[in-house]
Design a protein around this ligand. Structure first.
Ligand code: F6P
Ligand code: MN
Length: 328
């Protein structure tokens, strides 16, 4: 009889590392995020039927229009993580400050940053979206966790990952020992291992950027994009970071969201989007930079710190960096 692949929980228990307080903690945290992902996946599939498409009628803290599913997803991820009792501090793209972790703010060992519904403008058109997360071990002791525990560079992360809600639902994570993919079997309600030790695809001359913004781009980015076009690259842009990142990881390519003359720090959030995906990219043999500095080395100065980001195949990122160093 064929042996069925391990599920996310079983695999994470066997592949934890000693930076976690207990060998089951990683599995418990990933399982909580995975459960929230199952709920979000099912909500998205039935969104039109349940009238949860569209705007919630407000903007989030960084000015993006909040979709109803942003609000639902934010609560679901927070509740799933709170139920573990392991999390002392949480922060998400949808909240201005830290999310209250109750008594676990003093006793919990881990800090989680997340973007519950990334690419949410895709929801209304049934295009892919995602959830992104990063996990740190707490730094403070014997007090309620605070900014010191959360305003940290990506190099401090113990684990990171994403859930992609596409034609199938994929859970991807790293805990510093390779990148692993699990696929949600909706009939079993379980994430099963579908690829262990994923490697970033070689260069395939693909770039993903919102080139509609190029009228505001700076010279290094304009020179780079002219170069790749002259080289015959293909453009592929879904407009949801998780989906563009995942496709480039699997098929080769680079995702770029530069800073520009109107927004020097770009659009993406360091803690909730960039640092977790940079950890995944590096663990798969890829790279992520803000043009000069590796994304994981950047020290956040605030929860909603933004940064330009170029991420994907290592050769493509090196090529991009060459344009930035010439122009500096
Ligand atoms: O979360 C920010 C985000 O929605 C990313 O998922 C996506 O890649 C990007 O913004 C799209 O931005 P724009 O609409 O400016 O291309
Ligand atoms: Mn996002």
């Amino acid at each position: 009889m064929p042996v069925s692949p391990p599920n996310l929980f079983q695999f994470a228990i066997e592949n934890s590392n000693d930076e976690f307080a207990n060998s089951t903690d990683l599995a418990i945290l990933l399982n909580a995020i995975g459960s929230a992902g199952k709920f979000i996946s099912s909500e998205i599939n039935r969104a039109a039927l349940r009238d949860i498409f569209g705007s919630a009628g407000a903007a989030n803290v960084t000015g993006d229009e909040q979709q109803k599913l942003d609000v639902i997803g934010d609560n679901v991820v927070a509740e799933a993580l709170l139920s573990t009792g392991l999390v002392c501090a949480m922060s998400s793209e949808e909240n201005a400050g830290l999310i209250d972790c109750g008594v676990a703010a003093t006793t919990g060992e881990y800090v989680v940053v997340y973007d519950p519904v990334d690419g949410s403008s895709n929801i209304d058109v049934a295009a892919p979206i995602g959830t992104i997360f990063g996990i740190y071990r707490r730094l403070s002791e014997g007090v309620r966790a605070g900014d010191v525990d959360i305003l940290r560079p990506g190099t401090d992360m113990l684990a990171a990952g994403y859930v992609l809600y596409g034609s199938s639902t994929i859970f991807a994570y790293t805990s510093g020992n390779g990148v692993h993919f699990f696929t949600l079997d909706p009939t079993l309600g379980d994430y099963l291992l579908t690829e262990e030790n994923v490697r970033s695809h070689g260069s395939s001359h693909v770039y993903s950027a919102n080139e509609g913004n190029s009228g505001k781009w700076n010279d290094p980015d304009l020179d780079w994009v002219e170069h790749v076009k002259a080289e015959g690259y293909s453009g592929r842009y879904i407009g949801a970071l998780v989906a563009d990142f995942h496709r480039n990881l699997m098929k080769g390519g680079i995702y770029a969201y530069p800073g520009d003359k109107g927004s020097p720090d770009g659009k993406l959030r360091l803690l909730f989007e960039c640092a977790p995906l940079a950890f995944i990219a590096e663990q798969a043999g890829g790279a992520a930079t803000n043009g000069t500095i590796p994304i994981r080395d950047i020290e956040p100065t605030q929860l909603h710190h933004r940064t330009p980001m170029y991420i994907g195949n290592a050769d493509e990122v090196a090529l991009l960096k060459g344009f930035h160093s010439v122009n500096n």
